[in-house]
Every structure is written in structure tokens, then in C-alpha cells.
Design a protein around this ligand. Sequence first.
Ligand SMILES: *[C@@H]1O[C@H](CO)[C@@H](O)[C@H](O)[C@H]1NC(C)=O
Ligand SMILES: *[C@@H]1O[C@H](CO)[C@@H](O)[C@H](O)[C@H]1NC(C)=O
Ligand SMILES: [Zn+2]
Length: 390
Amino acid sequence: MLKQKHTNPNIMQRPRQMQRLLFLLLAQLLKVVFCDTNEGPEHERRHGGPTLGHWTYTDQDWKKDFQQCEGKSQSPINIETSKTMFNKNLPKIILEGYSLPETTSLNLTNNGHTVKLTLPDSMSISSGFSQKYLAAQLHFHWGSVSSSGSEHTVDGTRYAAEMHVVHYAAKYGSLSTAALEADGLAVLAVLFQVGPNDNKNYNHIFDKLQDVSEEGVIVQIPGFDVNTLLPRQLYRFFRYNGSLTTPPCFQTVTWTVFNDTIQLSKAQLHKLETNLKTGHHTLDSNFRFVQPLNGRKVFASFSATLASRRMVTKEDTAESGGDDKSGSELREPNAYSTHSGDTLAIIFGILFGCTVLVFVIYVLRQRKRRSLNTESGQKVIYKPTTTMEA
Ligand SMILES: *[C@@H]1O[C@H](CO)[C@@H](O)[C@H](O)[C@H]1NC(C)=O
Ligand SMILES: *[C@@H]1O[C@H](CO)[C@@H](O)[C@H](O)[C@H]1NC(C)=O
Ligand SMILES: [Zn+2]
């Protein structure tokens, strides 16, 4: 189902249909992936009601207009930590070019569904996947003044809000092309919790929210270090295959949900929850409900059991001086059994070696004795050895 694509080989033989389909597809993509909504309130007024392709968070029955939204690998999901599978082979995530010079100019937009910051493709995930992904944009999902609004939930807990940093596979050249390919998109998700202090790193964006209050407005903000928006512990994350959480719900996203959360103050969250408008209404609670897992696996780059983490961290710090923290985290759950396994292997190895040696000596002695007994002449040369052994 992840291989599912929007285009069909048969269509290639019918150029006109293909063109129309491609056009529709591109329109949807431009609208949703790039978040440039053509169908604002004006459009609705002109046509006297909601148009095809218009969608809201209040009515999430999106499958009527967007077939893929009823697929079997949809996002977001509830991450049940006890059912996640520790996978020590998940590569460490390394971000490149995230520290943007102030001379860069970034567009901040209210597209009626979210507030979105466009990112230059000089920013990338250089390691973490089997291929390179380039950044396209980041945006937020939030609740209301009285309720949480993250999209992913962890063990049933909905966090205050969530940020998505959207990347596309470099080999596909553009976000719109990549969005149609099974391995096309990689989204990094950060969950927010309420903390006592303002998180200054987010003021680059939050100080401008008032300026993009009206749907469709774009303002420019100078470049800053986007690393500071992400958790410090990038090596602790959940990984699963899913979809865009907005129509057209393409199932082409490899999700990375960081285990470490970021704190925002109540006042900062309040800005997100009250400053933006969709049409004439407050843009809030812009999260999609969690979707069924349908047998999908959710991997964890780290051991989910706090107890073993504590034990192993202590041990590994003693061993390695604690400089290879991520490495030790990734080895976590098996570290203990591996160590005791090593010891066992050595003991058995020695025992086995001894047994073989004794057996070989025994066989040699038997053979020499036999050869001494049955043959004379040549074989006598073995005699000194035999005597030495004895
Ligand atoms: C995602 O799907 C790909 C292709 O089917 C598969 O190789 C990979 O293991 C899946 N990843 C996860 C986290 O399930
Ligand atoms: C982080 O992982 C721990 C251990 O699995 C879990 O208890 C906690 O809920 C997770 N938090 C998030 C935000 O993923
Ligand atoms: Zn999102």
C-alpha cells in the first residue's frame, strides 16, 4: 500500500486524460503540500458553498474528496511505547545547513490550516535514512486555549502542540514530485509541553504570528538557527511509515517522532492558539484524529524501558567515559545480555578448546602406540616423541 501511486501506467496512453489528471493532482499538491490554498472564503462565497477539495478539521471525513485518506497507513497515530520495537540499526539523524544566516529570508504564511515557514533546500538530513532528504517547510498543529492539540499521541497522551519539519527525497528534485513516491517524504515531528519559561528560540516565529493573523498573509523573517527548534537528543525517536496528516493524505511519509519534547510557555502556546484566523474564525485545534495502525510496526531508536536505560548508561559511562552517548543509547537493551553472553561464550570456548586438545592428544597417542606395535622400521622415528609425551 505504500507503493501506491497517484499515477497509473495506463493513463500514459491517453495524453489528454493524463494532462487533466496531472493538472488536478498538481492543483491539489500546490494547495495542500505547499499549503497555498486557492479555496479561501472568497472562493466559497463566489460559488455559494464549500467547493470540492475544501476540507476542515471540524469535519474530518476527508475520504469523500481524497480517496487516499482512507488508506491503511495513515497518520497521525497513537504511539504505544510498550509495543514499539527497539531497532538498534536506525541510523543517527544528522542535520546539515540548519543554522541559517540572518541574510536568508524565510516566508511565514497563514494558509488557513496552519502557520508555515518555508525552508531553503540548503537544509538537509544528511544522515538518518538510506538517502538524502532536503528541507521544504515547517509548520505547527495545536489545540485551543482549553485543550491540547498534538497530532501524534504517546500512550494516549495528547501533547500541547506539535511541529512538523517536512523534507523530501533529494533524488526526486521537488516536494510535489516526491510527495507521490513511497520513499518521497521524511517528516521530523516535535512534541511540545507547557513549561515555566518562554522558549526564546521560538520567538523568531511566534513574535510574527500577529502579522499573519489573516489567512493568506505572508511575512518575511530573517534566517536563524533552526537546530534550536529541535530537541538536543536527536537520537531518541520513534519511526514508522505513514501519510500526510492533511488531504490528500498521500502515504509517502517516513515519520520520525522525537521522544524528547520541547517546552513552550503558556503565553507562547496561547499566541499559537489565538492569533491566527481561518476565514473569520480562530484557527485552532488543527490536528487530525489518530488513525488505526493496521498492523504497522513502530520502531524506537532507543530502549523503551527506563530501568534498563539507567543501568546501561551507568555501565557504559564507566566503560567509555560517556563520550559516546548516542552509541550507548542505541545498544541499550541488549547491552547486558550481550556482556553476559560474551562471558559465557568465552568459558564455553575455553572448555571446548580443552576438550579438543585432550581428544587430539589421546588420538595421537593411540595411533603412535598402534603404529609402534604393528609396524617396525620407519615408524620408530616417532618413538622419541612418544617418550617425551609420557
Ligand atoms: C517502511 O516501508 C519500507 C518499504 O516497504 C520498509 O522497507 C521499511 O522497513 C518500513 N519502515 C518502517 C519503520 O516500518
Ligand atoms: C519517551 O519514551 C518513554 C519511554 O518509552 C515514554 O515513557 C515517554 O512517554 C516517551 N515520550 C514521548 C514524548 O515520546
Ligand atoms: Zn503537519
